[in-house]
Structures are given as C-alpha cells and as structure tokens.
Design a protein around this ligand. Sequence first.
Ligand code: ZN
Length: 321
Amino acid sequence: MSKEILAGIDLGGTNIKIGCFDSGLRLLARDSVPTEAHMSAKVVVDQLGAAVNRLVQGLGKGARLVAAGIGSPGPADYKKGIIFQCANLPTFKDVPLPQMLSERLHCPVAFDNDANVACYGEFVAGAGKDVQDMVFFTLGTGIGCGIVSNGRLIQGATGNAAEVGHMIIFRDGRQCNCGQRGCVEAYASASSTARRAMEAIQAGRPSSLKGLLEEKGQITSKDVYEHLAAGDMLAKQITDETARALAIMCVNILHTTDPARIVFSGGMIAAGQVLLDRIRYYFQQEIWRLKKETVEIVFASLGEDAGIVGAAAMAKEKIGL
Ligand SMILES: [Zn+2]
C-alpha cells in the first residue's frame, strides 16, 4: 500500500535538517546533513535532494513523497521563490531554490522564510497550537519573527512581512546590521546582548565578566546569563535592557495584530525563566491601561524541530492534503 510522505526541511548555514512526516504530521524519520556552504547552490541542492530521497526510501517500498517544504534565510522573494543572497550561504545569489528542489524531488515544494516556517511549526504543533492568533520571535544572532493572524501566516507583497526585529524602538539608537538605527535587534538579539556587555566592560564598568572577556577575547549572551545567576550587577543591567527592548517590541506588535500568545524561541531562551520574567515585568510597565491585557508571553515548545514541522505543515497545505 502506498504511503504519502511529507518532507520538512530547515536550511541553515551549518546544517540542513530534514524530517519525513506522515499526512498527520507525525515524524517518521529524520536526518541532519552538513551544509557545504562553500559549494555552488546546485551542489548544495543536489546533496539536499539526495538526502531527502534517501530518507524517504528508508521508509520502505510503499513510501511516496507527495510534497516538501523548506525554510531558508533570506533576503528572498518568497512569493516568486528566489533567494537573492544569504549571509550564511555565500554562493546563493538569485537562486530559484523551490524550483530546483522540486526538480530533484519530483513533487511540489513550499518555500518560506526560516522564521515564518518555525513560527508555523509552533502554531500547528507547539506553543501556539490552541490559538488562532500568535506572534513568534526567535532570538539568536538576529531576531526572526513570524505572525499568524486568524490562523494564517502574514506574508506581505514579497513574502517579507513580520520583520519585527527591525522595528525601530529607539530613535537615533544603536546601529543595526540592516543599516537602520535603533532596531530591536540592535539591542536584544543574543549577539547584541553580548556586545553591549563587552562595550560596558571596555568602558570600565566593574563586572565578574571582565576576567572572562580578558581570557577569551569575547563573551556570549550565555555568559551574561550565567553571571546574572551568580549575582553580577552589570549582567543584570544588560539583561534588563534586553528584556525591556523585547517588551517594547511586544507592546508594539500587540497593538498591531492583537495576538493571543507571543512565543519566544531560539538559543537565548536557554537563559530561562529569569529572562521571561523580566520581559513580562517590562511589558506590564510599558503597556497601555485602557483595557486589561490578556496576551500570554511564553517560550516555544518544539525547540529545533519547529523548522522541520512547520515546513512539513506548509507542504501539506500546499497540496491540500
Ligand atoms: Zn535592523
């Protein structure tokens, strides 16, 4: 008997994660292959296609791939299906990724921004599965975002909606990698959190992080949270600034789409409850008083699987399965 298989793919600069799912989005098999980012896009997609086909074949004779979904970093035109360029995949320039992949997998391929895909994963099977309106943020090197409104992802004219990390929250503020000043990302991503701590130490602020900075030449946001737990005052101030920037972002997005739930994901949530508590505290400080707010601010629940689950769910939707 033939069994319909959906593939969910999370294309990262270091690894490509692949999951094979049944039509009920139950995970049947998974694989992770290194991204040969220095190779041409054609070679990367060849290897990806071969890995997906291998995984499907491993599911037995009746297994038949009916659709795939892939989340990738951008910038891209997600509606036309073209990656313009990508910091982590330097050879990807004007690459029609979903079309190339579709030729190798012989099935339709859904394509979206990696944050949107992870958002969709949390929406269908994770921290947002019981609501119709949610906003998702992933806190890593940058800040990714996805918005689900009335059960659907907001896409925009070129599929680039929900770049909320580049919402300007401080006029003439810190320089952001995107070229603007004062973006949330310039304050509250994992890398900006670490950078602000390093700048403060270099400016002479006392901190238990100083020894670490001298020893390793840099510190990470994880170091900041570890020293916060040990009672360092600078680490507390840096965390508060991060949490406040995220809280202001939450207030702005609340007034934009009125979500029932705001979900935080990404490496920085390893900081744990203390970060979530501070975001909630500043959210209560900043939010309007016209009505009682019911939005819940929570951590994601699927971890790194959100990308493959969301991509498979998009594949399923694409073929109306
Ligand atoms: Zn920016």
